[in-house]
Design a protein around this ligand. Sequence first.
Ligand SMILES: Nc1nc2c(ncn2[C@@H]2O[C@H](COP(=O)(O)OP(=O)(O)OP(=O)(O)O)[C@@H](O)[C@H]2O)c(=O)[nH]1
Length: 895
Amino acid sequence: MSEGKDQDQGKGRLSLRPAGRSEVGRTVDAGSVRQSFSHGRSKVVQVEVRKKRGPGTPGSPGGRGAGGRAGGGRTLTAAELAMRQRVLAEQTQAAAEAERREAERREQEKIQILSAAEEARRREEDEKRTAEAEAQAKAAAEEAERRARIDSIKQIEPKGPVVSAVPIPGEVTLAPPVDRLKPLAERAIMPARPLKPAAPRPQPAADAAEPPAAQTLRLRGRGADGEEETRRAPSRRPGGGGGGAGNVPANRKSASPRKGDAGRRAGRIDVQAAIEGDDDKTRSLASVRRQRERERRQAELERLRADQVRVVRDVILPETITVQELANRMAARQGEVIKALMKNGVMATVTQSIDADTAELIVEEFGHRVRRVSESDVELGIEGVEDQPEELMPRPPVVTVMGHVDHGKTSLLDALRTTDVAAGEAGGITQHIGAYQVTLKSGAKITFLDTPGHEAFTAMRARGASITDVVVLVVAADDGVMPQTIEAIKHAKAANAPIIVAINKIDKPGANPDRVRQELLHHEIVVESMSGDVQDIEVSATKRLGLEQLEEAILLQAEILDLKANPDRSAEGAVIESRLDRGRGSVASVLVQKGTLHKGDIVVAGSEWGRVRALIDDRGRQVADATPSMPVEILGLTGVPSAGAPFVVVENETRAREICEFRQRKLKEHQVAGQVAARGTLDQMLARIQAGQQKEVAVLIKADVQGSAEAIQSTVLKLAHEEVAVRVLNATVGQITESDVQFAKASDALIIAFNVRATAQARILAQREGVEIRYYSIIYQVADDVEQLVRGKIAPKHREKFLGYAEIRQVFDITKVGKVAGCYITEGVVKRGCGVRLLRDGVVIHEGDLSQLKRFKDDVKEVAKGYECGLSFAGYNDLREGDVVECFESELVPA
Ligand SMILES: Nc1nc2c(ncn2[C@@H]2O[C@H](COP(=O)(O)OP(=O)(O)OP(=O)(O)O)[C@@H](O)[C@H]2O)c(=O)[nH]1
């Protein structure tokens, strides 16, 4: 620094006040710095400011210490500076250039990589396209070849071995033994071809279908050496490498010389090649072709076979069907059906039945059409076709006589029977077959149903037999219109049957026919003599008065009704009544309604069927046939059909059997559901009451004594309220019989049994008909239940559960024990400690508990039906032979 004092300060350099801590006013110059000291001195120091790498900065190496340099340093000449700057610029330029080149190089590399990838992708696509085109071409060629082959087979008888007669593209063709050393090109023109040159070659066709590019390649490949072929070969193989040798897979490389040589024989392989085991190394194109060809042919064969058998069938499916039957109906193999079922998760053997839904799935899978039928379809069409008006002929009317009790229905029917003009011939109408036909003087006929009363009429109607054309309402002139007369009117009206009023007993002293006519007016029956349209005839059954007029009135009514039927068709009608006759078997009285019934016809009546062995009319004569409206007895049915059941003639026994089996099955189902039905009726009644549809609860009372019956009647009648009335149909004493059940059924009534029981037949009937019988031994319980019923609130529940019946066969008097009954269990079971009722003639005479139950001196828990046992009652000794012990258990039924 001190050296710097002497330095000339006027060299045009800038002076700077330094910014040092201890200094003030330092200046900065480009090359010198003025330094000021505290005591006033100052000096200028030459400094060399060396800018880092700056081209304009003096590049002296001593730029680090300003002071040190300043002493021996020198300024750069302009030339030096320029040079340095140039050098520096050059260096910078070079570096930038290198950098740019590097970037370029990298870019180039990247482009190369990308283009290589792109190239590879393109190549791959090309190859794929070529392969596809080739496959299409091949398929076309094969098809053409197949056709040609079929044609050639048709036209030319093969002379040589069959295998060589028809060349198949890609197949191994027979070549004569060839020297292994012989060049392949030479061998290629040898007879490596089918023995039958007439057959078309597939190759040209394949070539024709190839894309032009591929063709060009191939043309070049042919006849040339392996190089061309090698180039072409990979492109023909999907997934093969590109044109570059490095991309050719190793196996391709090994195969290439052969391939190149045999370029012209592409698509074929000779025996030699096969022997050499070429396929071991690489699978030739020809081999692949052959395999594809084989597969294709196989597939086509299968398709053809399938087409031949694929007939779309209408498969009829009932509600259930066995696998075997299903296979039969589809004309498929059982194994296939089982397989299809397994696929759907159903494991079934051939004999097992499957439901219609599952079967439908299978049928659809097999490509057939499904036609679902219901079991009841067996009944379809049994009624036959509708008759044409021109086929109809007039037929006699069928008449039912109705009226109040003792008004003379039976008497009138008997009187009418005697009006038959044919009576003299065979002792008149002697047979009781449920109906009879009278022939009038005019030759006209009338059929009368022999079962008077509206109950029978309604029962018949309930079973579907609406056979009455005209109702004759009998009203006794001395008695007038009575409750059952009104009932009869209601029933007749419900059946839409016209009424003819027969005012009977006019011979009686107190007879007043006009009163009857007047009373009938209240029930909407306006007789002719009162300007109405209802015919009224005054008759006397006993005195046989007015019978002819009555018959004429019936005929007139029939004429108005224009009753007609076609006699020339298979018969149809209804069973009037039936029974089992000891000598003749099942006997059924039927009324023919349509057609003519012949001896030998096959008849289905209800759930019974049979061939008509004999036809017997109401005079007991055998007849050959029965025309419309004629009642006859038929023999030959397999069982006893129920009254009111319709009958029909069917074409054959198989059909008859089929229908009956179906109907019997239905009947059994119905019987099984009988108990439920009984329960259901009461529930339905309750529901109707709740819904306000039923305004009346009808009951039929049966009690052990008249006093109880009357007490119950008055009790239940009091339970009626403004919305629901209580109607007591009957309040009598004794067991419940079948007629009680029928009566209750007709009026939709509930049977109240107080200390009495139903007969076995009545029980069965009630179960079948769904009539509810409720047993009581305490009057307030009856009142309780009926009240609930009337209010439609809570369904009354059974309070006890019936266990069984035991019949007392012998009574032993044992000292200290008392009376012990030797019993036989006729129904259900008897359990130790159960509740018992002692019934004598169907009436409860004691109710209590069982004290002992023994079998052969051993106490037992229970004894079942068909076994004997000994039992005694707790605190009751009046046991008698023939008494019946009813056993029950108390059961809590929540409301
Ligand atoms: N005087 C007279 N009595 C008759 C006449 N018709 C019937 N009776 C008598 O009336 C009674 C009842 O006759 P039925 O023919 O049994 O009467 P029903 O209507 O069939 O009676 P149920 O079978 O009980 O319904 C018998 O005693 C007959 O003799 C008649 O025209 N005149």
